[in-house]
Ligand binder design. Sequence first.
Ligand code: SAH
Length: 351
Amino acid sequence: MTQTSPDALTRRLKALIESEGPLPVSTYMQLCLHDPKHGYYATRPGLGVDFRTAPETSQVFGELLGVWAAYEWQVMGRPDPCILAELGPGRGTLMADALKATRKVEGFHDAMQLVLVEASPVLRAAQAERLSGHSVHHVAGLGDVPGGPAIFIANEFLDCLPARQFVRADGGWFERKVSTGPDGKLCFGLSADRPPSEIASSIEEEIEFQPGLQRVVEVLAERRDPLRALFIDYGTDGSGPGDTLRAYRSGQQVHPLEAPGACDLTVDVDFARLSRLASAARLDVAGPIGQGMFLGQLGIEARMQALIRKAPESADAIYEGVRELVEPDRMGQRFKAMCLSSPSLPAPVGF
Ligand code: SAH
């Protein structure tokens, strides 16, 4: 409910509410994360500070995803050239580890055209530096990725796509919106606007709805050449997630309206909906399965043992990182993997 010192973005949000009325949660998320001047990703690439992702937890994560991509490239018939596109590459760690682990796969690096889909200029610079030995091409959105056979990888990308929230009350639907309270602070309220048709027929009491998931599926389905798209993120595969909007600052969860632009904002991904949308668009769907199981099937145990043999002095750290990724009560179950593929391809490995 509260926000302490009014900063530039808070002032802008209030002015916008004043002129346009209360803002859908998706508009609030969009401005907080992506405003080019004051947004979170534009001003403070807080990865590793505000939250820690799988590739930042253990190198094994990026290595196994690289091996997965190289294997699937062979299954696709070794297309050359082939796009290897990462969505939301953060600091570039996943891609750096993936490339390192696959440098001996004959022909793979030569065939790959690396494309990084990244909205933040600050993170683009960090990625270019991290991947300085490789030729990478940055684009702003998924729709800007060039055509041709392609492998997409996205870790913790979908959870930052802005979400709208709807609540059922008094026999109708209300949208949760961000408004200004009598005390002048940002607050949540409900507004009786008509929901999108996909929601109107739902039996849930509360729904979170990421319009961007539909867009992601559309862009993939419109591509003419064979593709695999691997998404890893936290989320549900049962009923819709309800209200899961969370804000993180310096590793602590804070109220989502507390410090606009200064915290990471995120929601759970509704994998069941992603699966429905993808099937309806004639993409094949594998998963979702828990991250622990997925990495297990890609051989995380053997990879860990090999690393420990090479660097026995780091055995504890290597083991601890891998446990974090796979244990069911840590990231292993809450994080899920799903692969969307063009229908001409066999089922992907790991599922
Ligand atoms: N994949 C990385 C970083 C995850 S953070 C990791 O696992 O460490 C989310 C990333 O997605 C950031 O790089 C952020 O700038 C980017 N991002 C979020 N929304 C985006 C959008 N709509 N378009 C392009 N990039 C986006």
